[in-house]
Design a binder for this molecule. Structure first.
Ligand SMILES: Nc1ncnc2c1ncn2[C@@H]1O[C@H](COP(=O)(O)OP(=O)(O)OP(=O)(O)O)[C@@H](O)[C@H]1O
Length: 538
């Protein structure tokens, strides 16, 4: 029979068989399966090298055995699905591309025996691929169970409105190849996903997967943390597939997997591949405390000034996809604004246990008590007029958000209280932008925090001081495509790693965003909770 443990010329663990190619039954293939590779050698007179395909099991998402409907055909079939990095057809560089290896097994008359044989092979390919996962820092990865059940939430309006088409064209097939059982839930409105996960029986699902922009994941995370069983709920593995125009988290996990810049469609294949592999990692979350008392949970960014303005003002260009940010950047550059306010942070290296025992610099370690601020009343009335859509979203988001207290040992005082002595108060009070990032990417092509990792417990705080020229700011954003802004010599850009921060805007109008969603404009503070959530990633 075809399947045998080879004894000569192969490792004892190698499976060896001779099958025919499905496309052409005259072509025989010698197939061997080692612990790490599937090697296919076409048995023809053409020189061996050209007829040999070696596929790494690390790139394999699944393998299945089946029979055709034709009762007269006693053969069984074996299909294995791989997504290796391959040179692009157009342009330079590499991207993950689908490779299917399909064989016909017809050594016996008995169809059942042929199918049993094919199933043995399929099982062996799947088991060896699962064992072949990358070990992060030598630690075996935690994985989803097999077969696994996912709830896949798709926002049909995200990005260019193509998420369902992308699901039908790419995702469905990949998940089927990987044997992932999934239930598609098409979101119907704002906050639908949040309400769904708040009420869901989570024991039914091995993972909750979001196919949209970052906004839908923001809803899901906040929905999980709304629950009374939030401690367990937030450990539910989450997955992300890019369906929006920003897709920052999707771009970040693609980057953490060691891959380079790719097109939107290639990013989807890359994230789909990671989802099929089902390796679960910890992910930092940041709690964001607003002046109204609302607390939100954020996985990506907190922005005030230029970046928040571009994000929200560019909504009207969403039909151009990811290019909306480029258009928005150019428009906002033309009318560059300066924002007044106070910014303070708890440095990464600060000894949190000795909070309040010392003053770390010459500046007052106390921000204005926001209740004393002459601008206090205007904060709540001044969500920027141009962002009414996202402002309305925030109102709904806020009304459904419970104020949670006492969940962790917080390093934050109450927002109206002075800051402890080990916080640093930034001396400048005029900013072009303030941006706190906890993952690497701000958008698909903006590598804002190149050395961020999923669960490093770090907030990367960037601010650009007033006085920067338009040309210098444009250069910074162009450099950000490759993350080169952090090593640029721009004197107006400051980058520091922090555990917590507080911003107190004085300018009466402006936009603050959390994960790209508008929140109330006013004093805000945030702190990182290392590895609180779980994400399917590399
Ligand atoms: N069916 C729907 N109709 C209208 N809004 C929806 C629907 N489903 C989800 N939403 C809301 O749309 C908002 C935007 O979603 P999301 O950020 O995921 O996509 P996006 O804005 O297109 O992506 P990006 O932020 O990358 O541009 C979310 O706040 C979500 O709650």
């Amino acid at each position: 029979m075809d399947l045998k443990r080879a004894e000569h010329g192969h490792n004892m663990n190698t499976l060896y068989g001779e099958f025919t190619a499905t496309g052409n039954q005259k072509v025989r293939c010698a197939v061997s399966l080692t612990d790490r590779e599937l090697v296919v050698q076409r048995l023809t007179s053409i020189p061996a090298g050209r007829n040999r395909v070696v596929l790494s099991l690390k790139d394999c998402v699944g393998c299945r055995a089946y029979r055709e409907d034709d009762n007269a055909d006693s053969a069984a079939y074996l299909s294995a699905y791989f997504y290796p990095f391959k040179r692009r057809w157009v342009g330079s560089g590499f991207s993950r591309q689908r490779v299917e290896q399909c064989f016909r097994l017809a050594a016996l008359q008995d169809p059942r025996a042929n199918l049993d044989e094919a199933e043995k092979w399929a099982r062996a390919v799947r088991e060896r691929s699962n064992r072949c996962q990358h070990h992060r820092d030598g630690v075996p990865p935690s994985e989803l169970s097999h077969p696994c059940r996912m709830m896949l939430l798709v926002n049909p309006h995200s990005g260019k409105g193509q998420a369902l088409v992308l699901y039908n064209n790419h995702v469905q097939r990949m998940l089927n190849e990987a044997g992932v059982l999934h239930t598609l839930v098409v979101t119907e409105r704002q906050n639908h996903a949040r309400e769904l996960v708040r009420e869901a029986d989570l024991s039914q699902w091995d993972a909750l997967v979001i196919m949209s922009g970052d906004g839908l994941l923001f809803e899901v995370i906040n929905g999980l943390l709304d629950r009374s069983d939030w401690k367990e709920a937030i450990r539910t593995p989450l997955g992300i597939l890019p369906g929006g125009s920003g897709n920052a988290l999707a771009a970040s996990i693609h980057h953490y997997a060691g891959a380079s810049l790719v097109s939107s469609e290639e990013l989807l294949v890359s994230c789909g591949f990671l989802l099929c592999k089902g390796v679960v990692s910890r992910m930092d979350l940041v709690s964001v405390h607003l002046f109204s008392g609302t607390r939100l949970f954020s996985f990506l960014s907190l922005a005030w000034g230029f970046v928040a303005d571009v994000d929200i003002e560019s909504e009207k260009y969403r039909h151009v996809g990811a290019a909306r940010f480029t258009v928005g950047t150019l428009v906002r550059l033309a009318s560059l604004r300066v924002y007044k306010g106070k910014l303070a942070y708890l440095p990464l290296e600060a000894d949190c246990n000795r909070m309040g025992s010392r003053n770390s610099n010459n500046h007052s370690a106390t921000l204005h008590n926001s209740r004393d601020s002459p601008l206090q009343n205007s904060f709540h009335n001044s969500c920027h007029s141009n962002n009414s859509l996202k402002a309305r979203r925030f109102e709904r988001l806020r009304s459904s958000s419970k104020t949670q207290t006492g969940l962790w040992n917080s390093v934050l005082p109450r927002l109206e209280e002075p800051l402890p002595g080990n916080w640093v108060v930034v001396p400048e009070e005029d900013f072009v932008l303030v941006l706190a990032m906890y993952q690497s990417h701000l958008a698909e092509d903006l590598l804002a925090a190149p050395d961020a990792t999923l669960d490093d417990g770090v907030i990367h705080l960037f601010y650009v001081k007033a006085g920067i020229s338009r040309a210098a700011l444009l250069r910074l954003f162009l450099a950000m495509e490759k993350g080169a802004h952090v090593t640029s010599s721009c004197a107006h850009l400051v980058h520091t790693k922090v555990r917590a921060l507080r911003m107190e805007p004085y300018s009466p109008k402006g936009i603050i965003t959390v994960d790209g969603e508008v929140v109330e404009y006013g004093p805000v503070q945030a702190e990182v909770h290392q590895g609180l959530a779980r994400l399917i990633s590399a």
